[in-house]
Each structure stands twice: as structure tokens, then as C-alpha cells.
Design a protein around this ligand. Structure first.
Ligand code: TNX
Length: 556
């Protein structure tokens, strides 16, 4: 009885349909706040979840719980605030579908992420049949199939948290929303004082675009397994789902190819500057792929060809037209190297590499580069790209290439990645889908402003505002909206030596790209986003992310 006090009416039919409120409004918040405070003053639950005694909750903490509803990033598609608050108790069971190991794993992931800060026990238990009242429930049974591959529905009442999704990925994304609805200190690695409140709500959320990615250049500087896993965890928190690894370039070859061992033996031993380079063995790479998969992120491997190949040319003299291997390169020049596209062995090499990489990744994509091939004659470039996309296809993969590949005759399954021109229009004309990574908005290696020590500025300065205030649908005028796959933010690593550098350039800008990729365009404003982002400062701090405290944001 007590729990309905102050509730806004939530009609389940409305919650499913078009009438569902788009985004909660501040007005609704003000309306329900007094009721919430009243409720909070009356309610305390024991471990069975019954209200047993009267106590007074700190109104500031209740207000914080309510405001977290408005600070989720990416902003959920639809939010209907409820009445009251859910209080986590010790222990709180997490009920999961008994028939699904995958759902159980997601339940355990939530428990593992709540445990350090709360110190609470959150046993993951199978819930047979109908949902048990109370506590936290994660389930795909009875979910609305229109939630799609990644959507979820989250219902929080004062006595239960229920997450529905049609697919496990949706549950995983919903778990990130739950984490963000708890106070920021829930991300602490050490036990923090409670109470652990969640605001009552019904959310229905699914992404605008299927492709929400980041790219990391591990060729110019090499980053080890732990760095990659850390980055994957950060991405997951913001519902990103693609990590593109730029595995080869002039300065380094970073993935073991068993049929061409010198690629890593010689080509993997250098990087920009004087560093030792490095590479992933195939076993290590599989481990990265599996780790990313457990966070519902797909690894997109890139082998950049026919330019950006000095590390390969230095490893095998026979890949050079001259038959002579060039010296390794550790500078940051571009556009000077090319595979010798006249030679049969060049194609043998490319096909072998594509075959081994295809076998390493379960996903349907392989990125073949294709950018800045200034040292390859255009007719040979076009022939090369066409043959390589065919090879990818023969291994059951869709080729992805930087926008320059639009000059070739593309298969409709081939995907182009826009970065600096309108060539992507030609790709869409040929029936290809396009990923948007406009350098002057989405390049994570662009300096924030002239005072940024790291990064480059050839595409201009990209502050947090500029990184956020654009729409993939309007980057190229006349671009057909049905060919937009989504958005990806590339981080080129010429100037970045370690994870701290990577994080500094990535955060907070990546959070904005996550919202551009996930949230409805309608209603997105810099002012609104900026204020929500400010509340993520403490979260990032608890996670030990080395983010740039941009003066554009009044960090909490
Ligand atoms: C352009 S973007 C490149 C990269 C550089 C980057 C530096 C693209 C497809 N090619 O080779 O690392 O600029 O910002």
C-alpha cells in the first residue's frame, strides 16, 4: 500500500505504445519530489523486502537518487518516472532465467560490479516460472520482441527491479543503466556507505544506430591486452558495441600471421619513436575477442592495405616491386608505402592474411583499410580493392574500408567509413552502408584546444561541445538515411604512448559519441548533455579514468 504513495500512474499499455513519454521532464520531477520525500520518510525494508519500520532517509540522498534518473548517458529513448525509491538491502538476490547461462552470466556481472562498493551479497539465483516478487530480476522471457537486438525495458518500483529484453545484449545494456541509476560511489573499488537507492521508473530504451564504435590504432604505438580490456569495460558502460582495432600500419604489424611470421618478428618490433612495439599472438587476440564478446562488443580487425604497409614491406623483400626491403619507419609520415600490386605474391600475401584474420574473428566483418594509398596508381588501387573485398567475401566476411574505397566497384555488402570527404555518397549510390567518423567532429586524436599537449590538429580542434553537437544524418547533405550504419570515433596513436594518454583523449568525448549513436536525435542539446556529463565526473573518478576535465563542463 505504502509503495503506491506518490506514484505517477503507469499504464502498461501506454508504456509500450507511442504515447509513452519521451524523456522525463523536470516538471514531472518537481511534481513527484514531495511524494518521494514523504515515502522515503516512511519506508524501510528488511531482507525479505517487507516494510517493517519507520525511518527517515536523508532527503539529499533521495533527491540524488531521483536526479540520477535524468543523468543516464546515453539518454534513454523513453523515461517515465515512477513514485518512490528502491533500496538495495543485504543480501539482495538477482533472479535470472534458469535456462540461460548467458543471462546468468549477465546477472553475475551485475553482482560483481555492485559488490566492491556496497559490500553486499547479491546471489544470482534461477527464477523458475513466473517472476518472483521483489529484488532484481533479469529475463528474456515474455519480453516484447520489438525491443530488438539491444533494447530493454526497465521497471523499478519500491520493491523490485525488473529488466526485460528480447536478447541478452539488451539485458547487458540495461544493467549499465542500473549502474548509472545508483549513486556514483557504486563504482568505487572499496566499500562505501549506503544507502543504495534507485529511483522508481519505467524505461523503454533501444539504440538509434546499430554501429556505435571506437577505433584504437595499436600500430603507431602498441597497447597491451590489459589496456584493451580496460577500454572495453569503459565502452560497455556507455553501451558502445564495436571496437575497431587498427592492427597494421607503416610503423608496426601487431597481429601474428602464422603463414608470414616475419610480419610480427620484424614488422612488430618497432613503433613511433624508440619504443619496443609488440604484437598479439593469435591466442591473445582470441582472448580479446572473447572478452569483448562478454561485454557485447564486437572486435573489428583492420589490416590496412594497399598503403600504410611499410612494416610488411620491411618484413618481406618480395612484397616490394624493387625486391628490396625498406628500413623500418618510426616517424609519422603517411602516403609513401604501397604493396607491389603487380606481383602475384602480393595477392598471395593479402589472401593469406585475410584468411587467418577471418578465422580469428566470429563477427561478419573485416576492415581492409584502403586509405591514403597515394603511392599506389589509381587503376591498380581499384583492382586491388575489388579483389580484396572478393577475398573477404569468400571467407564469409563483409569488407569495410575507409571512404576512398568508394572509387572501386563495391559489393553492396561492403561498408565504407566516412572520414574527411563526400566520397561516402558514392558508396551509398552503389548500395553500401556507411559508418560516420568525420575527422573534424569524431577524431579522438584531434586536440581539444590549442593547449592540449597530446594529439594532432590537422582537422581542427575538437572540444567536448563540438564532439557532441553533430548528427550522422546531416554530415553529408543528401546522404540516404537508410544507408547510415552508425558512428565510430577513431583514436590514432601517433602521439599516445600509454593508457593514460589514450584515456585523456578519449574521455569525455567518447561519452558524447555513445549518446549520438544510441539516443534519439530529437531533444539532444549541448546544454542538457553538458549538465548530465558533469555528473559523470565522479563516476569516471571512481573508475580511475584519466579523463580531461574540460572547462566547458562544471564537473561535480
Ligand atoms: C589520417 S584517417 C589517417 C591516419 C592518421 C590520422 C591522424 C585515416 C583513414 N588515415 O593514418 O593516423 O589521419 O589523425
Amino acid at each position: 500500500m505504502l509503495y503506491s504513495l506518490g506514484s505517477l500512474p503507469i499504464d502498461p499499455e501506454r508504456a509500450k505504445g507511442k504515447m509513452f513519454a519521451k524523456r522525463s521532464t523536470f516538471k514531472q520531477f518537481v511534481l513527484i519530489l514531495p511524494a518521494v520525500l514523504l515515502l522515503a520518510a516512511c519506508q524501510k525494508k528488511n531482507s525479505q523486502g517487507n516494510a517493517t519500520m519507520t525511518t527517515t532517509f536523508d532527503p539529499t540522498q533521495v533527491a540524488e537518487a531521483m536526479s540520477n534518473l535524468h543523468n543516464v548517458i546515453p539518454a534513454p529513448a523513453a523515461v517515465q518516472p515512477g513514485g518512490g525509491i528502491f533500496t538495495l538491502v543485504d543480501p539482495t538476490p538477482i533472479y535470472v532465467d534458469p535456462a540461460s547461462d548467458e543471462v546468468k552470466t549477465i546477472g553475475q556481472y551485475l553482482a560483481d560490479h555492485m559488490k566492491p562498493a556496497t559490500g553486499y551479497s547479491l546471489p544470482v539465483l534461477p527464477a523458475a516460472g513466473t517472476l518472483l516478487p521483489g529484488r532484481i530480476t533479469l529475463t528474456t522471457s515474455g519480453a516484447d520482441s520489438s525491443l530488438g537486438a539491444e533494447g530493454y525495458e526497465l521497471a523499478i518500483t519500491p520493491d523490485s527491479v525488473t529488466l526485460h529484453a528480447a536478447q541478452p545484449a539488451g539485458l547487458f545494456h540495461g544493467v549499465q543503466t542500473i549502474r548509472q541509476l545508483f549513486p556514483a560511489r557504486v563504482e568505487s573499488a572499496t566499500v562505501q556507505p549506503g544507502p543504495w537507492f534507485l529511483p522508481a521508473v519505467v524505461m523503454r530504451d533501444d539504440p538509434r544506430f546499430v554501429w556505435r564504435g571506437m577505433m584504437l590504432d595499436v600500430a603507431r604505438h602498441f597497447f597491451g591486452m590489459e589496456d584493451i580490456k580496460t577500454l572495453i569495460d569503459r565502452m560497455a558502460y556507455y553501451k558502445l558495441n564495436r571496437l575497431h582495432l587498427h592492427l597494421t600500419d607503416d610503423q608496426g604489424w601487431r597481429i601474428e600471421i602464422k603463414s608470414w611470421p616475419n610480419l610480427t618478428k620484424i614488422g612488430g618490433s618497432t613503433e613511433v619513436g624508440s619504443g619496443p612495439g609488440g604484437f598479439y599472438t593469435q591466442e591473445e587476440f582470441k582472448e580479446i575477442v572473447a572478452y569483448a564478446q562478454s561485454r557485447y562488443i564486437m572486435i573489428i580487425p583492420e589490416i590496412d592495405m594497399p598503403g600504410h604497409v611499410n612494416a610488411a614491406l620491411a618484413s618481406y623483400p618480395e612484397l616490394n616491386c624493387s625486391g628490396v626491403a625498406p628500413a623500418p619507419r618510426i616517424d609519422i609520415g603517411v602516403g609513401y608505402s604501397s604493396l607491389c600490386v603487380d606481383k602475384d605474391i602480393t595477392f598471395q600475401f593479402a589472401y593469406d592474411v585475410i584468411g587467418e584474420i577471418s578465422a580469428l574473428t566470429p563477427g561478419p566483418y573485416i576492415h581492409i583499410g584502403g586509405d591514403e594509398a597515394a603511392a599506389t596508381p589509381m587503376d591498380q588501387y581499384i583492382d586491388f580493392i575489388q579483389r580484396i573485398q572478393g577475398s573477404a567475401r569468400s571467407h564469409g566476411k563483409q569488407a569495410i574500408g575507409w571512404e576512398e574505397i568508394a572509387r572501386a566497384k563495391l559489393l553492396t555488402t561492403t561498408i565504407a567509413q566516412q572520414w574527411t570527404s563526400d566520397l561516402a555518397l558514392q558508396a551509398a549510390d552503389q548500395g553500401s552502408d556507411v559508418i560516420f567518423s568525420p575527422a573534424d567532429r569524431a577524431y579522438l586524436d584531434m586536440k581539444y584546444d590549442p593547449g592540449t599537449d597530446l594529439g594532432q590538429n590537422w582537422a581542427g580542434y575538437v572540444n567536448v561541445d563540438r564532439a557532441y553537437t553533430w548528427d550522422p544524418a546531416t554530415v553529408l547533405s543528401g546522404f540516404p538515411i537508410n544507408h547510415i550504419l552508425g558512428v565510430e570515433a577513431p583514436l590514432w596513436s601517433e602521439t599516445l604512448q600509454n593508457l593514460e594518454d589514450v584515456e585523456y583523449m578519449t574521455f569525455p568525448r567518447l561519452i558524447g559519441y555513445a549518446e549520438i549513436g544510441w539516443s534519439p536525435q530529437e531533444g539532444r542539446t549541448w546544454a542538457g548533455y553538458r549538465d548530465r556529463l558533469a555528473t559523470h565526473g565522479p563516476r569516471l573518478t571512481y573508475m580511475h579514468v584519466n579523463f580531461y576535465r574540460s572547462p566547458e563542463v562544471q564537473w561535480k
